[in-house]
Design a protein around this ligand. Structure first.
Ligand SMILES: Cc1cc2nc3c(=O)[nH]c(=O)nc-3n(C[C@H](O)[C@H](O)[C@H](O)COP(=O)(O)O)c2cc1C
Length: 186
């Protein structure tokens, strides 16, 4: 059976480096790993607990189905004001309900991120890791893939060209199957 990984990029930007980082992960993934990149983030409405109680809108249901159907998540987060972009946090908030039966509950997860600053999403990744504590999504600890000064690491077509980052990303995708196996529920 292939390991099905759902990639989520926390950016709506057409030229997003974080989506490009997920594309690179797909390119570097070991045999037997399939990475699907979630395409519906833009359609997720602002979280409203009343709407949630009445029944999740279809874009949210699609997100929850995609998470439930994946063996692991791979989230690429930009850093906005030292934290996670609102669109990504909003999607996590929707996916996190009901708290103990959500598709995030127990879902093995890996995180990474690219930013234009020198810290390469260190702070955003800590914030994301904190959300995944509450959702009980076991989040891989090492390797930490942080991509500072991201514009220098990709070519004009969005291909990750920096060899150091490619090697680090390869380590991450190679470590993910064992991490997912540790927390497999079915
Ligand atoms: C609202 C906003 C806040 C930002 N805050 C940070 C920040 O705290 N740290 C940082 O390194 N870059 C910050 N940036 C720059 C982003 O790292 C940069 O735009 C990056 O390319 C976003 O990721 P993307 O290419 O996947 O869209 C910010 C950008 C925006 C639009």
């Amino acid at each position: 059976m292939p390991l099905r990984v759902l990639g989520i990029a926390g950016s709506l930007r057409a030229g997003s480096y974080n989506r490009a980082l997920l594309e690179a992960a797909r390119e570097l993934a070991p045999a037997g790993m399939e990475i699907e990149i979630f395409a519906g983030l833009r359609e997720i409405p602002p979280y409203d607990q009343d709407v949630d109680a009445a029944g999740a809108p279809e874009p949210v249901a699609a997100l929850k189905r995609a998470i439930a159907g994946a063996d692991a998540l791979l989230v690429a987060t930009p850093e906005y004001n030292y934290s996670v972009p609102g669109v990504l946090k909003n999607a996590i908030d929707w996916a996190s309900r009901p708290a103990t039966t959500s598709p995030l509950y127990g879902k093995p997860t890996a995180i990474m991120g690219a930013s234009s600053g020198i810290s390469g999403t260190i702070r955003a990744q800590l914030a994301l890791r904190q959300s995944f504590l509450f959702t009980n999504s076991p989040t891989m600890i090492k390797p930490e893939v942080t991509v500072p000064r991201c514009a220098d690491k990709f070519d004009a077509s969005g291909r990750l060209t920096d060899e150091t980052t490619r090697a680090l990303l390869r380590q991450l995708v190679e470590a993910l199957p064992a991490w997912a196996a540790r927390f497999r529920t079915a």
